[in-house]
Design a protein around this ligand. Structure first.
Ligand code: TXA
Ligand code: MG
Length: 316
């Protein structure tokens, strides 16, 4: 059900859950001050309660009102990348952020989205928590249709643009005197390095650790039903579907789903989840993925998402 900004704001203030567009991916939103709405996000998504949510606000002042201390270079990062696809994990004032939103942690992720309608809505509602608007484990939604596919046509979705970036925000966490990357995302580590003066290290999730740095990374993500095959530099003979690039030619009997151009990682990012979802709508059982592209900038995130989409269903 497509709703306008006034109806979206009214529903959120009444404690309901509404899907809304952002420039990264669509989010499933509830008011930070409505714990029942937050609880409902977890059940709708079938999301483990141990996976904390990101708090979205429209300006830095709102962040400052919820945190306790600010790490080094916070201002620099906020100035350079907000509004935009960056989430900063900060120590919060525990009285002001309900425990359910942050999975009981003493920190929370914060982001100021860029899309205008998202910020206009935030001005009307106050802080919103929102995970990506997809069933847990599935590819995120980058347009309204994806949300309807996952949650049904009667689910309220704020009408707006498609997500330009097509990848979730990059998550930075301050640890032992340095910012590190908890999740690769739409903002590249190269861009972050220009501001920080060093490359933030990527910290891989470690199941053996009691307290993982970025809990969400432990769960299965972005996965279509189809088995994804990554081996080799050409598709195997018996696999019909290929996820590939417009400059490349593959064997003539293949059905190629074009991710975009090798010259344009932004285009590939923008198309990525729509194509993973297309595998499901076409009931594809297996597809070969062309992984021969650079491992720099946004390409690093694209490679990570594709590989995770192909992981075996451990946590499904
Ligand atoms: O682009 C985005 O970030 C989108 C849009 C809707 O804003 N949101 C999003 O949310 O991707 P979600 O819930 O799908 O991913 C949130 C990630 C999870 O991996 C979670 O573990 C991590 O953020 N996270 C949240 N709070 C955290 C915290 N306090 N410490 C470490 N990681 C945290
Ligand atoms: Mg997600």
């Amino acid at each position: 059900m497509r709703i306008n900004i006034f109806e979206a704001a009214a529903r959120l203030k009444a404690g309901e859950v509404v899907a809304i567009p952002t420039e990264t991916v669509y989010g499933l939103a509830a008011s930070l001050h409505q714990p029942e709405g937050i609880q409902q996000i977890f059940s709708l998504k079938k999301r483990p309660l141990t996976n904390p949510l990101i708090i979205h606000v429209e300006c830095v002042e709102k962040v400052l009102g919820l945190v306790s201390t600010l790490p080094q270079d916070f201002q620099k990062l906020a100035q350079a990348f907000w509004p935009g696809p960056l989430t900063l994990v900060l120590k919060i004032d525990e009285k002001k952020v309900p425990a359910i939103a942050r999975a009981g942690l003493s920190t929370a992720g914060f982001r100021i989205p860029l899309m205008k309608i998202t910020r206009d809505l935030l001005e009307m509602t106050g802080p919103l928590v929102m995970p990506s608007a997809n069933l847990s484990g599935k590819p995120s939604s980058t347009c309204l249709k994806h949300v309807e596919n996952d949650f049904g046509e009667n689910f309220p979705v704020l009408e707006g643009e498609n997500s330009e970036e097509g990848l979730e925000s990059t998550i930075l966490i301050f640890q032992k005197g340095k910012w590190v990357i908890g999740r690769l995302g739409a903002l590249s580590s190269e861009d972050i390095a220009v501001v920080l003066g060093y490359y933030p290290e990527l910290i891989e999730a470690d199941k053996s650790k009691e307290a993982p740095l970025c809990p969400g990374q432990l769960f299965r993500h972005y996965a279509p039903q189809a088995k994804l095959i990554f081996e080799g530099s050409t598709p195997p003979q018996d696999v019909h579907f290929v996820l590939g690039f417009e400059e490349r030619s593959y064997a003539v009997d293949k059905k190629v789903l074009i991710l975009g151009s090798l010259e344009d990682p932004h285009e590939v990012a923008h198309n990525l989840y729509a194509i993973l979802r297309q595998l499901d709508t076409e009931n594809v059982t297996e597809a070969w993925v062309d992984l021969q592209f650079p491992r720099e900038g946004l390409w690093k995130t694209i490679a990570e998402r594709l590989l995770r989409a192909g992981e075996e269903a451990l946590n499904r």
